[in-house]
Design a binder for this molecule. Structure first.
Ligand SMILES: Cc1cc2nc3c(=O)[nH]c(=O)nc-3n(C[C@H](O)[C@H](O)[C@H](O)COP(=O)(O)OP(=O)(O)OC[C@H]3O[C@@H](n4cnc5c(N)ncnc54)[C@H](O)[C@@H]3O)c2cc1C
Length: 552
C-alpha cells in the first residue's frame, strides 16, 4: 500500500509551493504530498485515489480557489474520501473569509484552519498538522507492535471486557479469535492449550486473567506504597485526576485508587469538543493519558483495576478498604466515583452482553462492525457520540429513542443530520434482543403505530443514562434518594435516618457529612455534569481538604 496522501490546493502557485515544501520537509518520509492549483482537476485526482483504495489523510484548500470555493471543494472531497481530515487556508485581513471559516468549524465541515502563506511552519503548520495526522493515524492505520496479544472467543463477554479495559487504558493489543488460523497459530507458537482467553505478553501466557492480573503483567502496582496518605482519591475520572494533580502539586502525599482504567466516562468519549484549550477537540483516551502522566509526574501514586469497597472513620483518620481485602489510611478523602450506565432491562439483553450487546460507546468494538447494521439506544450526548463514531464503520446506525427528540449538543445534532447512514427512530423502544452465541435481531415497539417489528441487528450499544452506584457509602455519609452524595451547603444537621453533621463549623465546599471526606464530579448531588465541571470540582476540593487538614 502506498503512503497516505496529503493533498493541498491553492490558487497561488507561490503559496502552494511554500506549503507543499514545508509539508514535504516534515512529513515527506511517511506521506505523499500532492498539490494542484485547480480544484476540479484536484477533485478528480482525489476521487481516483480513493477509488483505488489509497488512503487520503488530509486535504487542505485555500478558501478562495478558482472554479469553486475552497469550502465547497472540501465538502466534495469529503464525499469522495470521507476519512480524510479537512483544513482550510485563509489569509490575515480576510474578514468575509473568517466568517465562513467560523461557520464551517461550528458545523464540523472542517477540522481546522491555517493561515497562509506559511512564513513560519514551526509556529502553527507543523503542530496542527502533526496533531491531525496523529489522530487520523490512530483511527485509520493498523496498530503495529501490540503490547499484548489476546486469543479467545470472539463473542465472549470476558473477551469484550478485556478489550474494553485495554482500549480505555490506551494499551495497544492484538485480538484473535481462538478458531481463526491466526489465533490457532499464536496458541501453537506459545504452546498454550489451556483455558481461554489467553493473554500473551512476550513469552509469558496468562490464562483467563482477572483485570488485576493483566495490570500486574504490564507492571502496574496493585498495592499502595505507604500506610498513610494526606489524600486518597477514589476514582480516576476527570474529577479524580484533577484532584490528584492538585493534591500532588500542593505537596500532599496523594494516592488515587481506580477500579477500572484511568479516564472514567470521559475516557470512553470519541471526541470531547467543549473542554477549554483543545480547539480541535480531544479524545477521551488522550485526555486521560495526559492527565495520568501529569498526576504521576507531580508525585501522585496511582493504583488501577482495584476498587474501594468500604470506608470507615478512625478518629480524624479514614480507613479505606480495597477490593481483595487490604486497608489503607488517609487524613482526607475525595470520592470521585462518577456514575455508570443504567442497565437495559429487556428480555434477552443480559445473556448477550459482550456478544453484540455493549454498554457504552464500544470504542473497542466499533471496528468489528464494518458494513453491518448497528443500533444505539440513548438520546443524549453519549448516544450521539457513539452513533457518530459507529457510522465510520457500520453500514447503518439506528438511534432508538423513546421520546420525540434527541437531547444532545447542537454539534452532535448537526453531525447526525449530515451523516446519511445514521437514522433516528422516535417513539420507539427495544423490547427484546434475540440471538444464541451472538446478537441476531432486535424487536422494536413503535408507540405511534402500536406495532412491533423484528429487525436484524449485528450490535446494540446501550447508553441510557447513568446512576451513582454508592452503596458502599450507605450509612456513612448523607446521600440523596438516588444515591448521589450530598455536600457543602446541602448537608443537613439532624439528617433523619441519614448520618448527621455534628461539627460546630459549616461543611467546607464539597465536604460530605463525614468531616474530611469530600465528593466531586458526577457522583455529587446536584453537580453540573461534564468534564469541565468535574475538573473544577476536583481541583477546588483539594483546597477544602487542605483547610480541613490545617485544623489539626
Ligand atoms: C460517552 C461519553 C461521552 C461524553 N462526552 C462528553 C463531552 O464531550 N464533554 C463533556 O463535558 N462531558 C462528556 N461526558 C460526560 C463526562 O465524561 C462526565 O461528566 C465526567 O467524566 C464525570 O467525571 P467524574 O470524574 O465525576 O466521573 P467518571 O468519569 O464517571 O469517573 C469515575 C471513576 O471512578 C471509578 N470508580 C467508581 N467507583 C469506584 C470505586 N468504588 N473504587 C474505585 N474507583 C471507582 C470509575 O471506574 C471511573 O473511572 C461524556 C460521557 C460519556 C459517557
Amino acid at each position: 500500500m502506498p503512503d497516505p496522501i496529503l493533498f493541498v490546493i491553492d490558487h497561488d502557485p507561490e503559496v502552494l509551493k511554500c506549503i507543499a515544501g514545508a509539508l514535504e520537509r516534515r512529513f515527506g518520509a511517511d506521506y505523499r504530498i500532492l498539490t494542484d492549483s485547480s480544484p476540479i482537476s484536484a477533485l478528480s485526482r482525489l476521487e481516483q485515489a480513493c477509488e483505488r483504495g489509497e488512503q487520503v489523510a488530509l486535504v487542505v484548500a485555500d478558501i478562495w480557489t478558482s472554479e469553486m470555493s475552497g469550502l465547497e471543494w472540501l465538502a466534495r472531497a469529503r464525499e469522495a474520501c470521507p476519512k480524510a481530515a479537512r483544513c482550510v487556508l485563509i489569509s490575515w485581513g480576510d474578514a468575509d473569509g473568517f466568517i465562513q471559516v467560523r461557520r464551517a468549524l461550528v458545523a464540523g465541515d472542517v477540522e481546522t484552519f491555517l493561515i497562509r502563506p506559511c512564513d513560519d511552519p514551526e509556529e502553527r503548520l507543523y503542530p496542527v498538522v502533526s496533531e491531525i495526522l496523529g489522530r487520523w493515524s490512530r483511527a485509520n492505520r493498523p496498530r503495529v507492535a501490540p503490547v499484548l496479544r489476546i486469543v479467545g472467543e470472539r463473542w465472549s463477554r470476558r473477551c469484550h471486557e478485556i478489550r474494553d479495559l485495554l482500549e480505555r487504558a490506551g494499551i495497544v493489543y492484538e485480538f484473535r479469535a481462538h478458531d481463526s488460523d491466526e489465533g490457532r497459530r499464536i496458541l501453537r507458537e506459545v504452546g498454550h492449550d489451556g483455558r481461554l482467553p489467553a493473554v500473551i505478553f512476550g513469552p509469558r501466557v496468562v490464562c483467563d486473567p482477572t483485570n488485576g492480573e493483566i495490570a500486574e503483567v504490564l507492571g502496574a502496582r496493585l498495592d499502595p506504597e505507604e500506610e498513610l496518605y494526606d489524600l486518597i482519591i477514589v476514582g480516576a475520572g476527570p474529577a479524580g485526576l484533577a484532584s490528584a494533580v492538585h493534591g500532588a502539586a500542593n505537596g500532599m502525599k496523594t494516592l488515587v485508587v481506580e477500579r477500572s482504567a484511568v479516564g472514567g466516562q470521559a475516557g470512553t468519549s470519541s471526541m470531547i469538543r467543549n473542554y477549554l484549550g483543545f480547539p480541535r477537540g480531544i479524545t477521551g483516551a488522550e485526555l486521560a493519558a495526559y492527565a495520568r502522566e501529569q498526576a504521576i509526574s507531580l508525585g501522585a501514586e496511582l493504583i488501577v483495576t482495584r476498587g474501594v469497597v468500604g470506608l470507615a472513620a478512625d478518629g480524624r483518620d479514614k480507613v479505606l478498604i480495597l477490593a481483595g481485602g487490604r486497608d489503607v489510611r488517609a487524613r482526607s478523602v475525595i470520592v470521585a466515583t462518577g456514575v455508570s450506565y443504567n442497565k437495559l432491562e429487556v428480555e434477552g439483553v443480559g445473556a448477550l452482553i459482550g456478544k453484540g450487546v455493549f454498554y457504552g460507546t464500544g470504542m473497542s468494538e466499533a471496528a468489528a462492525f464494518v458494513g453491518r447494521e448497528v443500533f444505539v439506544v440513548g438520546a443524549g450526548n453519549s448516544g450521539g457520540q457513539a452513533a457518530v463514531n459507529l457510522a465510520r464503520y457500520a453500514s447503518n446506525v439506528t438511534i432508538v429513542v423513546r421520546g420525540t427528540e434527541l437531547t444532545m449538543s447542537d454539534y452532535l445534532l448537526r453531525q447526525i443530520e449530515r451523516t446519511p447512514t445514521i437514522h433516528v427512530r422516535y417513539n420507539a423502544q427495544i423490547v427484546r434482543a434475540e440471538g444464541g452465541s451472538r446478537l441476531e435481531a432486535l424487536h422494536i415497539a413503535d408507540a405511534a403505530s402500536r406495532t412491533t417489528e423484528r429487525v436484524p441487528a449485528a450490535a446494540l450499544f446501550v447508553l441510557i443514562g447513568a446512576g451513582a452506584h454508592t452503596d458502599w457509602l450507605a450509612g456513612l455519609l448523607q446521600r440523596d434518594e438516588h444515591g448521589y452524595v450530598v455536600t457543602g451547603r446541602h448537608v443537613t444537621r439532624g439528617g433523619g435516618n441519614q448520618p448527621d453533621w455534628v461539627q460546630d463549623r459549616a461543611p467546607y465546599q464539597f465536604e460530605t457529612s463525614l468531616p474530611g471526606v469530600f465528593a466531586v464530579g458526577d457522583v455529587r448531588h446536584q453537580a453540573p455534569r461534564g468534564v469541565t465541571a468535574a475538573v473544577y470540582e476536583g481541583t477546588t476540593a483539594v483546597w477544602s481538604a487542605k483547610e480541613y487538614l490545617a485544623e489539626e
